[in-house]
Design a protein around this ligand. Structure first.
Ligand code: DON
Length: 450
């Protein structure tokens, strides 16, 4: 028994709770999918540290179907950029079924890259290169998201190739309605192959976790796509990933997600986790019934809804006071009077926009007078992103222009090289290894000013 078994236990409990659900039926418009085991049911979760948790049939391979769409969209965005991809496929929820014969009236563009029409266009946009066909590039990309080489379920591919006339019709319609120069036969063939790529629920959770982790696969460490592309894909999954149930899904579960007609379902908690379910019986929107039920419950139980994500108060600023209040303050009256004019702010953890605002507020709040000094203690800070760094530099520059001297306790150089700090803050920010040294220096400087 280990502590993390608690996570596996939570998945196991959901598995037990929903394994007996008998609603829904496996897809049969692709004949091979109708042969799926209706009792198969697996759940998997992959954390941002690459820890994998799973229960049930999480190692059973099945074809990705529409779960492939966000990842091929990611590849297209990486190769061509959002503006070029957006010329050919929009990013508006269609409110229609995944296989709707429907294009934007004026432009002839599909509504988004999650419905079949949009996914066929996305696939058609992937260029082959010498030595690698479009499909080779797609398969390679899907494998990088999963963290291992994937292959094609040839039976599922052949089954869709014999029954996929609706998608062929869509491809011809797209060519006739818009200016995209593409070969409908080749595009649909590649699209069918990408839908037949085989993976397990654990693979799917890793793929979702890679999107949630800014495009870096948390298991292999490989940067598969840029953070910007990962965010773009998650945005389209959030608004369009569940087709005509996308609004209800975002309302109740609150996570970017994608369903597939073989019974796969993924959801991503940005910067938190990737989730996947596998269970073939589907509801009327083509979503796994058990997968849907399990993810609704998981979101409720673990508070995963994106719109219900309160920042934990007090987790950034650990100290905001004046130096006379520190336990190290000497007893002398004059020293205490000087120390009263030295604010001390200590921060911890990783600093982003939200955390940096808290630090800046505490800096303002820590000094009883504008002529005093302030010590910013960053020893417990584990990282500062570029936005937070620019904010801290700008805040320190404002303090300096208000006549308030600042010193930092920053043995790890979190504020960047001294040249950059000087340029951005307009001052030679003195840096110290210990808080007491920084306070002493500030108090001493105030004494000299008097
Ligand atoms: O194009 C199709 O119809 C299938 N290959 C994929 C559709 C799909 O998975 C819809 N998702 N729920």
């Amino acid at each position: 028994m280990s502590a993390t078994d608690a996570v596996t236990d939570a998945l196991g409990e959901l598995h037990r709770r929903f394994a007996g659900v008998r609603e829904g039926r496996p897809a049969d418009y692709i004949p091979r999918l109708a042969q799926a085991d209706p009792d198969a049911f697996g759940l998997a979760l992959v954390s941002m540290d690459g820890h994998r948790y799973s229960t049930g049939d999480a190692d059973v391979a099945f074809s990705l179907q529409s779960v492939s769409k966000p990842f091929v969209y990611a590849l297209a965005l990486s190769l061509l950029g959002l503006d070029e991809v957006g010329r050919w496929v929009n990013a508006e929820p269609s409110g229609e079924a995944f296989n709707a014969i429907s294009l934007e009236p004026r432009t002839g563009r599909p509504a988004n890259a999650m419905v079949n029409a949009g996914a066929i266009v996305t696939t058609a946009l992937i260029p082959g290169i010498p030595g690698a066909s479009a499909f080779d590039r797609i398969l390679g990309c899907l494998g990088r998201f999963a963290g291992r080489d994937l292959d094609v379920d040839e039976e599922v591919y052949a089954s869709e190739a014999t029954s996929g006339d609706r998608n062929r019709a869509l491809a011809y319609l797209i060519r006739s309605a818009g200016p995209l120069p593409f070969d409908p036969v080749a595009a649909v063939e590649t699209y069918f192959r990408q839908c037949a790529v085989r993976a397990t629920a654990v693979d799917l959770a890793t793929m979702a976790a890679t999107l949630a982790h800014g495009g870096v696969n948390p298991v292999t460490g490989e940067a598969v796509v840029t953070p910007a592309v990962a965010a773009q894909v998650l945005a389209v999954m959030a608004t369009c990933g569940m087709y005509n149930s996308s609004g209800d899904w975002l309302l109740r579960v609150g996570l970017p997600a994608k369903s597939g007609v073989s019974g796969g379902l993924i959801a991503a908690g940005p910067a938190r986790f990737g989730l996947a379910a596998y269970s073939p019986p589907l509801d009327s929107t083509g979503t796994s019934v058990r997968g849907h039920a399990a993810l609704v419950e998981l979101s409720l139980r673990f508070g995963l809804h994106l719109m219900n994500n309160p920042a934990l108060p007090g987790s950034t600023v650990t100290l905001a006071t004046t130096a006379d209040d520190l336990p190290t303050a000497p007893a002398g009256r004059r020293e205490r009077a000087l120390r009263e004019r030295v604010g001390v702010v200590a921060a911890q953890g990783a600093l982003d926009f939200t955390a940096a605002e808290r630090v800046l507020f505490a800096l303002d709040d820590s000094g009883p007078e504008r002529t005093g000094s302030v010590v910013l203690d960053l020893r417990e800070v584990t990282g500062i992103d570029s936005v937070a760094l620019a904010m801290l530099h700008a805040g320190l520059a404002r303090l300096a222009s208000d006549g308030r001297r600042a010193a930092v306790v920053d043995p790890d150089g979190r504020l960047g090289p001294p040249g950059l700090t000087r340029e951005r803050t307009g001052q030679d920010l003195p840096r110290f290894a210990s808080r007491e040294e920084a306070v002493e220096r500030c108090a001493h400087a105030l004494a000299e000013d008097d």
